[in-house]
Design a protein around this ligand. Structure first.
Ligand code: NAP
Length: 507
């Protein structure tokens, strides 16, 4: 992008079925900050009359792109091609800023207007991507547009490769959840535009964000060539609270950074393929990753035990990767310290005061491992209770603790009880891993953070116990990641507020 060119345009596709609704949506899009709108004539049913078209396109509040996409290119215009092109030609006479024409449309049929020449692949990233890009670059169109479905995040990187390679103004986007990063990072790489829907349900392509998400969740207006990139690798990834929490923290800290959800299919091979593709592109300025289910063990294997802190290596999993400018990686696990701090804050003690405390841990999965390792490092006295007793025993043996079946928890003589199972988590909020809480228990910590008050915590409160919610652990682990990546203290209260807002639906 030359210094004279405007920043990447936020383009709102207008997908109403009637011209008056489309015009109203155009005004709303302008008010919400879209710099361009795309009138999808193929969504108008029946097709507009000449007068309706003129009313729709005259004196627009933002620059317009006019598109009349046929069904064979993923659009909705089902009539024959001469009717489609005739409508497009009529629209061109209203002098929109651009008319979008598919590469399959012969040159002699292009309307008289500045042209966005587009290619779509709804199945995958096309094999012949480079050849398509060469044809777009060689054409007389003003703007190149290439859009394809991402089956994995690496495909989204290919869209960014295209942006970097093209000399002409270009839109290159990957559709689908795995492609989201290409829509957001389009601005960092000087794309001509990116598309954002007016609201949920008005998308013109799969996983298109809304204007509100782009601006308020992904910091669109702050993004630029120098923006550093972070993200959370998971499967699923879209439900994660981490993008909201970390982007709010970057914003509060005045940092030029953005944090994205990254859908990476389960399996060590998929994790490696993603990381290799990311590290092969140092120009992404990728500086850090959170790692969640099911990739925490894969992340440790990829980064290498020698590049992780000692306790993470013992836990066998990491949830944080720091990427230095020279591409070297450092792995850490912020879960265990986050859990210990949450527990100690709730009990008003310091971590060393956990020594000798009798703790019942329910569960033997990934979170239980991190918590048991944390408790062991502070010399607490732990018993692990798990549904699958053999799994509980394996974990207990590693740390020289005792194990028992889940039903035994009701007879525990522990003072502190920590739930590390997923029982009671949204949406099954009326479930509890226990029917009753043993009389010895004085403190109950539930690692589940959605809902805020699990049935177990409500039972504990009724039994007179001190309760600690998983929200504190979640906030602590995210704050620790922020510190690892930025070397600055985290705006913990901002992060906690965002978690609570998201969980209570107050945002
Ligand atoms: P995981 O590795 O899949 O382990 C799940 C554990 O729950 C296992 O011990 C499993 O027992 C047990 N379990 C599952 N369904 C059960 C049932 N119906 N009855 C009894 N036990 C059952 O999961 P994880 O990664 O450890 O995560 C566990 C929970 O931690 C999550 O659900 C989440 O709410 C919470 N968490 C909190 C934070 C935070 O920051 N606060 C972060 C991550 C996770 P078996 O061994 O018998 O299968």
């Amino acid at each position: 992008m030359t210094p004279m060119e405007p920043a990447t345009r936020l383009i709102c596709p207008l997908t109403c079925g009637d011209p008056a609704g489309m015009r109203a949506a155009m005004l709303t899009a302008a008010r919400r900050g879209a710099e361009m709108a795309e009138c999808r004539l193929d969504f108008l049913c029946p097709p507009p009359s000449k007068t309706q078209l003129e009313t729709l396109l005259s004196d627009p509040p933002v620059e317009l792109i006019v598109t009349n996409r046929p069904t064979c290119e993923g659009g909705r215009f089902g009539g024959d091609d001469s009717q489609r092109l005739e409508l497009l030609g009529q629209a061109a006479k209203c002098r929109p800023a651009f008319v979008d024409v598919e590469m399959s449309t012969p040159r002699e049929d292009w309307p008289e207007a500045p042209i966005i020449l587009s290619h779509h692949d709804f199945a995958e990233c096309p094999d012949g991507l480079d050849a398509i890009v060469e044809r777009l670059e060689a054409s007389s169109a003003a703007v190149n547009k290439i859009v394809f479905t991402a089956t994995r995040c690496e495909d989204a990187f290919r869209a960014l490769d295209v942006l970097r390679a093209c000399k002409k103004p270009t839109i290159a986007l990957a559709m689908g959840e795995a492609g989201l990063l290409s829509r957001i990072l389009a601005r960092k790489f000087g794309a001509f535009g990116t598309f954002a829907a007016l609201e949920t349900g008005a998308e013109s392509a799969p996983a298109q964000p809304t204007i509100d998400e782009l601006k308020n969740l992904y910091r669109w207006d702050e993004l630029g060539a120098e923006t550093e990139v972070y993200g959370v690798i998971g499967y699923p990834a879209a439900h994660s609270l981490s993008p909201a929490v970390h982007n709010a923290a970057f914003s509060a800290g005045g940092l030029n950074a953005v944090y994205l959800p990254l859908l990476v299919q389960p399996g060590a091979d998929n994790f490696k393929r993603f990381m290799d593709a990311l590290l092969a592109r140092p120009w992404l300025d990728w500086r850090g990753l959170s790692v969640t289910v099911p990739h925490k063990e894969n992340a440790l294997a990829y980064v290498g035990r020698e590049n992780c802190d000692e306790l993470s290596a013992r836990i066998g999993a990491i949830n944080t990767i720091r990427i230095s400018r020279d591409g070297t990686l450092r792995g850490e696990n912020t879960d265990y310290a986050a859990a210990m701090d949450a527990l100690c804050a709730g009990m008003n003690i310091t971590p060393p005061q956990l020594a000798g405390k009798s703790v019942a841990v329910i569960g033997a999965g990934g979170v239980a491992r991190a918590i048991v390792a944390g408790l062991a490092s502070h010399n607490a006295n732990v018993t692990i209770y798990n549904r699958t007793i053999a799994r509980g025993r394996r974990l207990a043996e590693e740390f020289s603790f005792q194990a028992a079946g889940l039903e035994e928890t009701e007879n525990t003589d522990a003072e502190v009880l920590i739930n590390c199972t997923s029982v009671g988590m949204h949406p099954a909020v009326e479930a509890s891993p226990l029917r009753q809480i043993a009389p010895s228990v004085k403190v109950v910590f539930d690692t589940i953070y959605n809902p805020l008050q699990t049935l177990l915590l409500r039972m504990a409160a009724r039994a007179g116990c001190l309760t600690v919610s998983g929200v504190e652990m979640f906030t602590n682990q995210a704050a620790a990641q922020f510190k690892i990546w930025t070397d600055r203290p985290a705006p913990r209260e901002v992060m906690r507020r965002v978690v609570l807002e998201r969980l209570t639906g107050k945002r």
